[in-house]
Ligand binder design. Structure first.
Ligand code: A2P
Length: 266
C-alpha cells in the first residue's frame, strides 16, 4: 500500500520521504528521512514512525531519533523482525519512498533528566544504541560532562558496525569533533562471538571488569551519571546495578543520576 494518496490529519503523522538506507546485517539497518520544519525534539527522544498496512491503516511504532536535534534530516536505526508488523515492511524501503512520522517526540533519555555530574555512561544493547547516536553528536553532551563512555553490547561483531562507524566518525564531525575527541570512549562487547571484550554489560559492571578495562573507579553517585537503553530485561537488570551503586533514577520532571528507556522493536 503506497502513501502517495494518503492525506495526513491535522494532528496525525506527517508523510516524509526516505533519503537513504544502509543495511548493516540481515537484522539491522539505518535510514534517513526528511525532517519537517515543525518537528522539534531533544537529542535522545523518540517519535512514532510507520507505514500503511494492507488494510490501509497506519502501523506506527516508537523509534528513538538517532540524529541530533540540530540535524536537518532525521536518522533512525532499526532491527528487522521477519514477522514484525512494521519492521518487516520497513526493511524494504528505498530512497524516494514515503513513511509516516509522528508529531510529538518525547522520552526520558535527555540531558535535562540528569543532575550535573563528571562522567556520563551510556549503556546500550542492540538497537538501544540509537538514542546515543543522537546524544553523542550533540555538543550539549560535552558541555555538561567531562567524560562520556558509550557501551554497546551485541550478539556478534557485525552488529556493532553502526556504533563503530558513528563513534569512530565523531572526530571528523565539524560540530563536535574537537570537543568529543578527548572526552568520548566506546566500549564494544559481544556475547555470542569471540571478540577482545566479551560479556553482557551487566556482568561487566557487577564483576568490575568494565571499570578495570576503562581504568576508572567503580560507579560513584558523586561523579557518575548513566543513561540506559536496551531490551526491557536489560534495562531492569542495569537499573538494579545503578540503584545498588547508590544512583537515583531521574525523569524530566525530576532529574536524577540515571535514566532508562526500553529500545523499541517489532
Ligand atoms: P545474550 O547474547 O547473552 O542474550 P538481542 O540481540 O537479543 O536484542 O540482544 C542484544 C544484546 O543484549 C546481546 O548481547 C544479549 O546478550 C544482551 N542482553 C540480553 N538480555 C540482557 C540482559 N538482561 N542484561 C544485559 N544484557 C542482555
Amino acid at each position: 500500500m503506497s502513501l502517495a494518496d494518503y492525506t495526513p490529519s491535522p494532528n496525525g503523522p506527517t508523510v516524509e520521504t526516505v533519503l537513504s538506507v544502509q543495511h548493516y546485517t540481515d537484522r539491522l539497518f539505518k535510514f534517513r528521512v526528511t525532517r519537517p520544519a515543525s518537528l522539534r525534539f531533544r537529542s535522545g527522544e523518540f517519535v512514532m514512525i510507520g507505514l500503511l498496512g494492507d488494510d490501509k491503516r497506519p502501523i506506527l511504532r516508537a523509534y528513538s531519533v538517532a540524529s541530533p536535534e540540530w540535524d536537518e534530516e532525521l536518522e533512525f536505526y532499526s532491527i528487522k523482525v521477519p514477522d514484525g508488523p512494521l519492521t518487516s515492511r520497513l526493511a524494504g524501503i528505498q530512497p524516494g519512498d514515503k513513511i509516516l512520522l509522528g508529531r510529538k517526540p518525547t522520552g526520558t533519555l535527555v540531558l535535562d533528566a540528569l543532575t550535573p555530574g563528571r562522567r556520563l555512561y551510556m549503556f546500550s544493547t542492540g538497537t538501544g544504541f540509537a538514542p546515543f547516536a543522537s546524544l553523542t553528536r550533540d555538543p550539549a553532551t560535552y558541555e555538561r560532562f567531562e567524560e562520556v563512555i558509550v557501551t554497546h553490547t551485541c550478539r556478534d561483531a557485525a552488529e556493532l558496525a553502526y556504533s563503530a562507524e558513528l563513534i569512530g566518525g565523531l572526530v571528523e564531525d565539524p560540530l563536535v569533533g574537537e570537543v568529543a575527541g578527548g572526552k568520548i570512549r566506546r566500549v564494544a562487547t559481544t556475547t555470542r562471538e569471540t571478540t577482545p571484550l566479551m560479556g553482557r554489560i551487566t556482568d561487566l559492571i557487577s564483576s568490575g571488569k568494565l571499570f578495570a578495562h576503562l581504568g576508572v573507579p567503580p560507579l560513584d553517585p558523586a561523579t557518575d551519571r548513566a543513561m540506559i537503553c536496551g531490551s526491557l530485561q536489560m534495562t531492569l537488570d542495569t537499573k538494579a546495578l545503578m540503584l545498588a551503586a547508590g544512583l537515583r533514577e531521574g525523569a524530566v520532571s525530576e532529574p536524577g543520576d540515571f535514566v532508562i528507556e526500553k529500545a523499541f522493536v517489532g
